[in-house]
Design a binder for this molecule. Structure first.
Ligand code: ADP
Length: 679
């Protein structure tokens, strides 16, 4: 049977090489999980986005529900107040909620109608423009004319004897009762007008105007007085006077000073308006009154409509009113939807959530409060609520949906940032791992080289010693000087072996951190002189000269003589080893500030820049061809550095390939010793 060697095809060998294995491990344990994590995270991110939207929507739904509840409870509380007011037959002045008060204070904002004996009344007084149905306080019954009054009237109307009629009226006025006074003044002024005595008539109307509580037929006396004064101003063509009088009368009429019947109101207010226009009243004064009239008219018409047929929503021409009522005893509240929509509804909505747009539809789909959005927001939510057993609908959506978008974006960026961070960490971690593993692989390779190199290093001195020993033993060398030469060679070879063993032992101690240094004061000059002398002897056979420049006045240093000696020895040894064909190696010592510098220079092969980075690493040997031929284990310089650093010093290397190298050791000098001269 022949030798069996496991054969692997090329592709398999590729996968079994250490760096490919490393790549495989990296792929399987770092890159793939990393990719998986990335994809997984992106999916989560998408879900997260949906979740944020969903949450925003749920939140809105909750708010819409709250608004619904609030609306129902507000309506309910208003109805309760109305029923309380209805029972007490009085306006809800004291217990009205703030929103009522505000609504009723505003012109055309709202009115409260409540039941009174024989009809109903409105609150606040003057909220409505005119009287309708059995509304308002009835005027006292008209007074019956006495025979004297009838006589005076006959003088005025039938006989057209105005002077006598005037006299008769004046006479009657002297003894008239309070009720008769208004009637008589009116007739007197009328007769005076007929008689062309306009100024006198005007005075009488002014007197009439002062009678605040009297009635003439169905109209208040003071109103008639003022109305007739206007009429008189037209008759006498006094336009400035007419302007003042008619504007004031119109203002009072609209303000609700007198509650006239509908038809009277229409007639008299029309007269006032046309007088105002005729006398060219300032628009700035006239327009506000007219606007007020329009708003009140809308409310009054709505109230009239409501009394004819009560319902929740009254769509007026210009305004819509929301009604709350109670029957038997009856009371009702009409509030302008405009008012609620601008004052009350926004408040209800904003109480539940800031920055919301909203709209409230009644069961017919009519927009009561808020305004519909031109485009449907994707976040809009709808909530149905029951009002009068009919479904009303609230729709709300965020005023600026960017807030939600922003949250989504923020989360997204955070997520991506974390992912990116993990990614960078992964890449960085992988890079470091690969570097370390590669370095370790390299070291293990170098260690393997080391074993074979060391074996070689041992073998040649051992072979030499053995060879020389055998020759001497067999008495093959008889010449005494030759014999001495051989003995010397045996000693030198054993020294080399000893140093090699020392180096290896030192290295292993250094690796384990067990190496101990014994620091003692060292006479630098003597020590170095001795060292150079020994080294020269060692290499005498190689024909290389060591040129030493060591000044005598060197300060003492504190050092481990053996260790530092072996460091310098290693440098000298290297200088000789890597200078093939060269005859000289230099060692110079310099005193520098606070330290001494021991420099070993050669003109040998030099070291490339690339190699210079690593030569102090353990097991490292330069890639140059010469290193392969020269024996060495790649331990020398790492030991030098270790020893020098233990002496708080440093080692430096300057070199140019092909021109030679200089290694220098810098050892600090103790402050006290610096001045002291060695020997
Ligand atoms: P080695 O046993 O290989 O000499 P060292 O640690 O002493 O190990 O040196 C490391 C490497 O540095 C050597 O392999 C050699 O390539 C390079 N080197 C050291 N000293 C010199 C020098 N004086 N000239 C050129 N190369 C040198």
């Amino acid at each position: 049977m022949g030798n069996f060697t496991a054969y692997r095809p090329a592709w398999m060998r590729f996968f079994f090489s250490p760096s490919q294995r490393l790549l495989g491990v990296f792929l399987v344990f770092i890159l793939l999980p990393g990719l998986f994590l990335g994809v997984f995270s992106l999916r989560i991110l998408r879900q997260e986005e949906q979740l944020v939207r969903q949450r925003a929507k749920e939140n809105l739904e909750r708010i819409a529900q709250e608004i619904g509840f609030r609306l129902q409870s507000e309506f309910k509380s208003w109805e309760e107040i109305i029923s309380l007011a209805a029972e007490s037959e009085s306006p809800p002045a004291e217990y009205q909620p703030e929103v009522f008060r505000q609504a009723l204070e505003e012109t055309g904002g709202g009115v409260f109608l409540y039941h009174v004996e024989g009809g109903f009344d409105s609150f606040p007084y003057g909220a409505l423009l005119y009287r309708f149905g059995r509304h308002g306080i009835l005027q006292p019954p008209a007074i019956q004319p006495t025979p004297e009054i009838e006589k005076a009237e006959s003088l005025e109307i039938k006989q057209k004897d105005y002077p006598n009629a005037i006299l008769a009226y004046r006479k009657l006025l002297e003894s008239a009762t309070a009720e008769q006074r208004a009637e008589l003044l009116n007739r007197l002024a009328r007769t005076l007008r007929k008689a062309g005595r306009l100024d006198e008539a005007s005075d009488v109307y002014r007197e009439l105007q002062e009678l605040k509580t009297a009635w003439i037929g169905v109209l208040p006396a003071d109103f008639i007085g003022r109305f007739e004064l206007c009429d008189l101003a037209v008759e006498s063509d006094k336009m400035t006077e007419l302007a003042d009088l008619s504007l004031e009368l119109y203002g009072d009429l609209v303000r609700g000073k007198w509650l006239l019947d509908k038809s009277y109101y229409s007639y008299y207010s029309e007269c006032c308006r046309s007088w105002c226009r005729e006398s060219q009243v300032q628009e700035a004064e006239f327009n506000p009154i007219q606007m007020k009239e329009e708003r009140k008219l809308a409310l009054t018409q709505a109230a009239e409509e409501f009394m004819a047929e009560p319902r929740r929503i009254l769509f007026g021409g210009k305004e819509t009113y929301l009604c709350f009522w109670q029957t038997d005893p009856s009371a009702a509240l009409l509030v302008s939807e405009d008012f609620l929509g601008s004052q009350w509804w926004p408040q209800i909505v904003s109480e539940q959530g800031k920055e919301l747009e909203s709209v409230l539809y009644n069961s017919d789909g009519h927009v009561l409060f808020g305004s519909e959005s031109s485009e449907a927001s994707p976040l809009a939510v709808v909530q149905d609520i029951m009002i009068d057993n009919l479904p009303w609908r609230i729709q709300i959506w965020p005023a600026n949906p960017e807030v939600v978008q922003k949250e989504v974006r923020q989360r997204k960026s955070l997520f991506i940032a974390v992912l990116a961070f993990i990614g960078v960490l992964l890449i960085f971690g992988s890079y470091i791992t690969v570097r370390i593993v590669k370095r370790e692989l390299e070291i293990s390779r170098m260690r393997a080289d080391f074993v074979s190199t060391v074996s070689h290093e041992f073998r040649s001195p051992l072979t030499g010693i053995r060879h020389l020993g055998e020759m001497l033993l067999d008495n093959r060398v008889t010449d005494r000087t030759k014999q001495r030469g051989y003995y010397k060679m045996i000693v030198q070879e054993s020294d080399r072996l000893t140093r090699l063993v020392e180096n290896i032992l030192d290295f292993s101690r250094m690796e384990e951190g067990r190496k101990e240094f014994r620091f003692r004061p060292l006479r630098t000059f003597a020590w170095l002189r001795e060292l150079v002398k020994d080294f020269k002897a060692e290499i005498a056979a190689e024909g290389i000269d060591i040129v030493a420049g060591i000044p005598e006045d060197l300060p003492q240093i504190s050092a481990d003589k053996e260790a530092l000696g072996s460091a310098v020895h290693n440098l000298l040894d290297n200088a000789v080893k890597y200078s093939p064909g060269e005859k000289t190696v230099w060692i110079t010592v310099e005193r520098k500030e606070g330290e001494i510098k021991i420099a070993v220079r050669d003109k040998g092969v030099g070291i490339s820049e690339q190699d210079r980075k690593y030569i102090f690493d353990r097991f490292y040997r330069a890639k140059a061809e010469i290193s392969k031929r020269v024996k060495g284990a790649g331990l020398g310089l790492s030991l030098v550095r270790y020893i020098v650093e233990a002496h708080s010093g440093r080692v430096e290397c300057e070199s140019r390939p092909g021109e030679g190298s200089t290694f220098s050791i810098h050892i600090p000098v103790e402050p006290g010793a610096e001045g002291g001269v060695d020997e």
